[in-house]
Design a protein around this ligand. Structure first.
Ligand SMILES: Nc1ncnc2c1ncn2[C@@H]1O[C@H](COP(=O)(O)OP(=O)(O)OP(=O)(O)O)[C@@H](O)[C@H]1O
Ligand SMILES: [Mg+2]
Length: 362
């Protein structure tokens, strides 16, 4: 890489290269064929642990047994489907699992309404096809085919955004572990280590149901929302942009964390439709209120603080973004938001600085 050019977002296998190397050295457990790490060490990578010389950072905050189920599934001949509402770390977990198991998280098909079968199976290099006809060198393998032939984990993002006829192209290859290529009168066979991690969210518009035949070939793991405010705070703190963190005044840390905690509380109460003490029930906004949005909001406030403010995240900066982040759809979110501002925020003394901003009194 040329000096002065920083890759904006490194793949997990590079981002956590040191951790993966250390785990490999410390791995005495049996490994499935073509896995870089044993299932135990893959779970350690995702959940975090302390090795002799290095701390493995936690990537997923939540129930360890969910990750154990996911990893165990990948060692069987069933594929793994991670589902859940938006922002519950499906993509993040899938990337880190592929990085730990195969050492490459980039065998990836992005599902969209326009995904074509070629992107799941194989396509053709037309100049060669026209010159020589259907010969092996004219074939362009998809990431799925490359994963099959090299015994690697392939990721399919947003599986249910693909029309279901396209999704169904996976059925045969998942059960037969081979992909017929009738034009060449041959087939591509998967070797050990190949498997698929698909992600799908069940909330957004434009989702196509999976056929039951395809669903049966997957083991489904549902990633839930964080259980408690403390856990959600851990997640947010971990995902705050490190380059902004480094710029920040360390002394500001404690009060900023308290402010972030207030934001998490607001999200949780609206999401649950009741206050934390359970005394007041609230209208729930129709849009999702995910951790990912809190992370985005905090990073935004931090950037504003670093570049335009006094380098610390204060309540005012966060409050300025609150309404925009929460009210995504006027029809379904505005009434619950206004109710929350007047019924909850206004009455809490320690939220007064938030209230002053959101009620536009400042
Ligand atoms: N339980 C969690 N543990 C660790 N990180 C989390 C957790 N929940 C959310 N996050 C963070 O939230 C962000 C969004 O996660 P991600 O993009 O993986 O969500 P997703 O479930 O794929 O959402 P979508 O359905 O919108 O694609 C990531 O930065 C991720 O680290
Ligand atoms: Mg995702």
């Amino acid at each position: 890489m040329k000096k002065g050019k920083t890759i904006l977002r490194q793949p997990a296998e590079l981002l956590f290269k040191k951790e993966l190397t250390a785990l490999k050295k410390a791995d005495d457990y049996p490994k499935p064929e073509n896995w870089q790490l044993s299932p135990q060490r893959v779970v350690d990578f995702i959940m975090g642990c302390q090795l002799d010389k290095i701390k493995i950072s936690p990537k997923y905050f939540g129930d360890r047994s969910l990750i154990e189920i996911a990893v165990a599934t990948l060692a069987t001949d069933r594929a793994l489907l991670l589902t859940g509402i938006p922002g519950t770390a499906k993509t993040w977990v899938s990337e880190n699992l592929a990085a730990a198991i195969t050492g490459n998280s980039r065998l990836l098909v992005q599902g969209t309404a326009g995904t074509h079968e070629d992107q799941l199976l194989y396509g053709w290099n037309y100049p060669i096809l026209l010159a020589k006809g259907p010969v092996p060198e004219a074939l362009v393998p998809s990431p799925v085919m490359r994963g099959m032939e090299s015994g690697a984990i392939v990721r399919i993002e947003e599986l249910t955004r693909m029309p279901f006829e396209i999704q169904d192209a996976l059925i045969t290859l998942l059960s037969e572990k081979s992909m017929p290529i009738p034009e060449l009168n041959q087939e591509s066979n998967a070797i050990s280590g190949f498997n698929i991690i698909a992600t799908a969210n069940d909330r957004d518009k434009g989702i196509h149901e999976m056929s039951s035949a395809l669903r049966r070939r997957f083991n489904t793991v549902v990633l839930p929302l964080p259980e408690s405010i403390e856990m959600e705070l851990e997640i947010v703190r971990n995902r705050i942009a490190p380059e902004l963190m480094a710029e920040r005044d360390k002394k500001a840390d404690k009060s900023s964390i308290e402010e972030i905690k207030r934001v998490i509380t607001i999200f949780k109460e609206l999401r649950d439709g009741k206050t934390i003490d359970g005394k007041l029930s609230l209208k729930k906004p129709g849009s999702t209120m995910s951790t990912a949005e809190i992370i985005g909001m905090v990073n935004n406030a931090l950037a504003m603080a670093v570049y335009f403010g006094n380098r610390k995240i204060d309540g005012e900066l966060l409050a300025k973004n609150l309404k925009n982040t929460i009210v995504k759809n006027q029809d379904t979110d505005l009434i619950p938001w206004n109710e929350y501002v007047e019924m909850v925020m206004k009455k809490r003394e320690d939220y007064d600085h938030f209230y002053q901003v959101v009620a536009e009194k400042k």
